[in-house]
Design a protein around this ligand. Structure first.
Ligand code: 6PG
Length: 247
């Protein structure tokens, strides 16, 4: 388990640009070594700003035909609902790219939550040709951070934080919409890279608690993300990093 690599930039836009640069770099590395790049997208406004850059300024920086898109979590809504993480990624990035259908593996939020979770587990098994008990190894799992210290849809006190048998589970969370489907920690922690992106003063206490707080994943769910054989990356602006002790 490697130490977190923390990068602090002056302002949110610099964070978004740096994140897009990093993703383009990761994609180039993985396409060169593995002939493909697998990315699990996150929802949220912060990731959305990065997707917008990837679909415009960085569009020519990635060999998109070798990228496969997945989601780390999804709200249990229709794929064209404004609350859908898929709809957000489609609006900000996917619609700007020429992709084959087999490159996009969305979580079917329109299904009943348990069925959506089971179906996505089967999708992961097929997409990564997983044997019994095997986990997918994503090139990158993108992660936002909620002010309540959640990431993916792992919210404080939710039993999904400690799930180790299933790859994808339905959850009922204290946010709108309540019903969601999320990766469990083993999937994120099997990634080659897990990258948090957080900006703004409102995230400073959450960032401090996750990075420097007492270990308490039930209270601070984002702490559970610790890739066992991969990089843990934090991209922060000065405001979000302002309460870290040695920044
Ligand atoms: C979601 C995301 C969630 C998000 C954080 C940060 O579905 O909402 O998976 O984990 O990334 O809440 O969101 P903001 O960047 O909008 O603060």
């Amino acid at each position: 388990m490697s130490e977190a690599k923390i990068t602090v930039l002056d302002d949110p836009q610099s964070v978004y640009v740096h994140a897009a640069e990093e993703i383009a770099h990761f994609a180039g590395e993985d396409i060169c070594i593995h002939a493909e790049f697998t990315i699990a997208l996150s929802g949220g406004n912060t990731p959305a700003a990065v997707y917008e850059l990837l679909g415009t300024r960085f569009k020519l920086s990635v060999d998109w035909k070798e990228v496969r898109f997945f989601w780390g979590d999804e709200r249990c809504v229709a794929p064209d609902d404004k609350l859908s993480n898929y709809a957000m990624a489609k609006r900000t990035l996917l619609s700007h790219l020429t992709l084959r259908n087999d490159q996009v593996h969305r979580i079917q939020g329109e299904l009943p939550p348990e069925e959506a979770a089971r179906s996505y587990e089967e999708e992961l098994k097929r997409a990564f040709n997983l044997g019994e008990g095997e986990l997918p190894r994503f090139g990158l799992v993108m992660l936002g951070l909620g002010e309540n210290r959640h990431t993916l849809s792992l919210f404080p006190g939710n039993p999904a934080i400690n799930e180790t048998n299933r790859m994808v589970v339905p959850v009922d969370v204290d946010a709108t919409p309540r019903k969601r489907v999320t990766f469990t920690p083993p999937v994120a922690n099997n990634a080659a890279r897990a990258m948090f992106i957080a900006t703004g003063k409102a995230k400073a206490e959450a960032v401090r608690d996750i990075i420097e707080g007492p270990r308490d994943p039930s209270r601070f769910p984002a702490q559970i993300i610790q890739p066992s054989d991969g990089e843990l990356i934090w991209l922060l602006d000065k405001e979000a990093a302002s309460l870290l002790s040695n920044r």
